[in-house]
Design a protein around this ligand. Structure first.
Ligand code: NDP
Length: 332
């Protein structure tokens, strides 16, 4: 038997409960059984736990889009008992049983080897949010390298700065030598954001209302996890030849923007998807996280919670009451 969160949809409504499951109940579609050590709570896990948005595609389902742990049993040629692995996305925690449990059965093709320099806990302190922040930063870095833009030669905006993607993006960009401006609705967290490496903290209200299609040029690059008017305003104020990496929709899924910045300033908008990203891209992002991210910054971003408390934190993350990242100890 093992402990897990389980989402069910009885006639009385949508539920997510801590429960005991039998290993025999694990999905037959996987070929690797993983003893989970740590998991995480991302925004999407908040949606799965609360049922606020239909991210759960089958019932009953163990939520959790991330996990890190040790291979217990494998029918996959790449993996053997004792291997340390991590997993992000691929529909896990949405249409396939996920990581908010002590055991998981998944496809070996979805697993990433835990990179040297990261513990299982570190990997989940980063989780999908941290790995997505790295994908965003890598997209911008490729753009800047091609354009010959050196770190520090222009300001980089990070929106949703108080969240998971935002916090990791600030830390990574600052360590690479970029001048980072953090946009937040929580100005009381300015000291925290500066401790991660932001040189300036701005009120997200300055970006969240409808704005002009072309604004004063400011940003050499943008990591945006907010979407909607925030992304539109960020596009409108990106410098000639600059780039944005869009990965989120915390304000909204719409993009009320104009083509003017693209056709008059050569601005580039990169879309970032973590869920189905090819394996080579995942491995490259995780290797760079292991190599480059300052562990003291990761510690500042992270709050540890027990599996039993994860349901309550699902509500909090949707309410924007969580700072940085939540790492879940599934064995607590
Ligand atoms: P968090 O909840 O940790 O952070 C989101 C942050 O956005 C909040 O902390 C808040 O920051 C800001 N925010 C919330 N509501 C609003 C609003 N109405 N207007 C403006 N800003 C707002 O989430 P994550 O960092 O984990 O994820 C961020 C986004 O990225 C989510 O939309 C998520 O679904 C998406 N995502 C996408 C992935 C992909 O593969 N493309 C992968 C991972 C995440 P503050 O308080 O500082 O203003």
């Amino acid at each position: 038997m093992f402990q897990a969160l389980l989402v069910t949809k009885p006639d009385s409504g949508y539920r997510c409960d801590l429960t005991q499951l039998d290993e025999a109940q694990l999905p037959a579609t996987g070929d690797v059984t993983v003893r989970v050590a740590w998991s995480t709570l991302n925004y999407k896990d908040g949606l799965a736990i609360t049922g606020r948005s239909p991210v759960v595609r089958q019932f009953p389902l163990v939520p959790g889009i991330d996990l890190a742990g040790t291979v217990e049993q494998s029918d996959h040629p790449k993996w053997k008992k004792g291997d340390q692995v991590l997993l992000n996305g691929f529909g896990v925690g949405e249409s396939h049983w996920g990581g908010l449990a002590q055991m998981a059965r998944v496809k070996g093709d979805w697993l990433v080897r835990l990179p040297k320099g990261l513990s299982e806990r570190d990997a989940m302190a980063l989780g999908t949010a941290g790995y997505t922040a790295m994908l965003c930063v890598q997209a911008l870095q490729r753009h800047w390298d091609a354009a010959g833009v050196a770190p520090g030669s222009g300001e980089v905006l990070v929106t949703g700065a108080g969240g998971g993607v935002g916090g990791v993006a600030i830390a990574l960009l600052a360590q690479m030598g970029h001048t980072v401006v953090a946009s937040t609705g929580r100005l009381e967290e300015a000291d925290y954001l500066k401790s991660l490496g932001a040189t300036e903290v701005i009120d997200r209200q300055s970006l969240s209302a409808a704005g002009k299609p072309l604004q004063k040029e400011r940003w050499a690059g943008v990591v945006d996890s907010v979407g909607s008017h925030t992304l539109a305003n960020a596009i409108a104020s990106t410098r000639y030849g600059g780039a944005l990496a869009a990965c989120g929709l915390a304000q909204g899924m719409d993009l009320p923007a104009s083509v003017a910045p693209f056709i008059l300033r050569g601005v580039t908008l990169y879309g970032i998807d973590s869920v189905m990203a090819p394996m080579a891209q995942r491995e490259s992002a995780w290797a760079q996280l292991a190599r480059d991210l300052d562990h003291s910054k990761l510690a500042a971003i992270t709050t540890e919670v027990a599996l039993a408390d994860a349901v309550g934190y699902g509500e909090k993350i949707l309410a924007g009451q969580v700072r940085g990242r939540l790492v879940v100890n599934v064995n607590a």
